[in-house]
Structure formats: C-alpha cells, structure tokens
Write a protein that binds this ligand. Structure first.
Ligand code: CO
Length: 161
C-alpha cells in the first residue's frame, strides 16, 4: 500500500462538494477503517473521504494524540488567526502558507453516530480546517496567488504523477 490509494490533484472527486452522511454504520465504519489505513500508510496527519475517492462528509486526523474520526463535521465556532505551511497527500510536493482560525469548536458524529464535539487549537485545529476544505472541494493550492498557482499547475502537469 502506498500513495497509489490516494486520489491526486486532477481527479474530479477532489473538486466536488461532498454529501452529508446518513446513518449507514456498516458502510461508514468500513470507510473510516480504510481511511485510517491509508492515512497511516502514507504518514499523513489527516484525511478526508474524497482522498479515497468517496464524496461524503467524513474526516479523520491524528495529530499525535490518537485517531479522531468525525462524520458530518461542522465548525461551530472559530477564533483568532494563524498562518502556517501545509502539505496535502493529494498534492505531493506542494507546500502552501495558509491562514486558518487559531482555535475552533467542531461538532459531528462518531462512528457510532453519536454526537461529538471537540475544542481544538494548534495543529489539530489546522488539520480539521484543511480536511473540511476537502469536503467542499477546496485544496491548498487555491490559497496561492493566481500567478503562483499557474506556475504550480504547469509544473504539476509536466511531472508524470
Ligand atoms: Co489535503
């Protein structure tokens, strides 16, 4: 298993707005398991369902304190601003400075479809905002200036990924 399982820039599913998930525990648990496997195999700290080709609102992350799974995540509250460089498993080689809220409260459902809520700061807050972007078809290169983005896309097309 390698990066081959990750949907890469250029794939339509990465630009779609993902659908909310209904209560289909068995299917969603299988999806969550697959996502964790793919994330850890690729040494990622977060993953969104579109990155395994599924346009549904499911994200996972592990900022070093264990795996967190959130179904239908929604940011309830956001505060402050912090800028930092981000990468993305779907765009190997890209590193983009992105301004995010410094701290957030995010709610959603766990794998048992019970409501969960997390107050996050630092890296976990950044990861969740990055993964939520994926659910809305937004990628880190969208934060580049027009010119920088064009340069990156040209380079990307040239490389045979
Ligand atoms: Co990403």
């Amino acid at each position: 298993m390698g990066t081959i399982e990750i949907t890469k820039l250029g794939s339509a599913v990465l630009r779609k707005k993902s659908r909310s998930v209904g209560d289909e525990r068995e299917r969603i648990c299988a999806l969550l398991d697959k996502m964790a496997k793919v994330m850890y195999a690729n040494k990622g700290v977060g993953l969104a369902a579109p990155q395994v080709g599924v346009d549904e609102r499911v994200i996972i992350f592990d900022a070093g304190d264990g795996l967190v799974e959130i179904i239908n995540p929604e940011i309830e509250h956001a505060e402050g601003s912090a800028r930092s460089s981000e990468g993305c498993l779907s765009i190997p080689g890209a590193a983009v400075d992105v301004a995010r809220a410094a701290s957030i409260a995010v709610k959603g459902l766990n794998r048992d479809f019970e409501p969960v809520k997390f107050s996050l700061g630092g890296l976990p807050a950044r990861i969740v905002q990055h993964e939520l972007d994926h659910l809305n078809g937004v990628l880190i290169i969208d934060y580049l200036s027009f010119l920088k983005r064009k340069v990156f896309e040209k380079k990307w097309r040239k490389s045979s990924r």
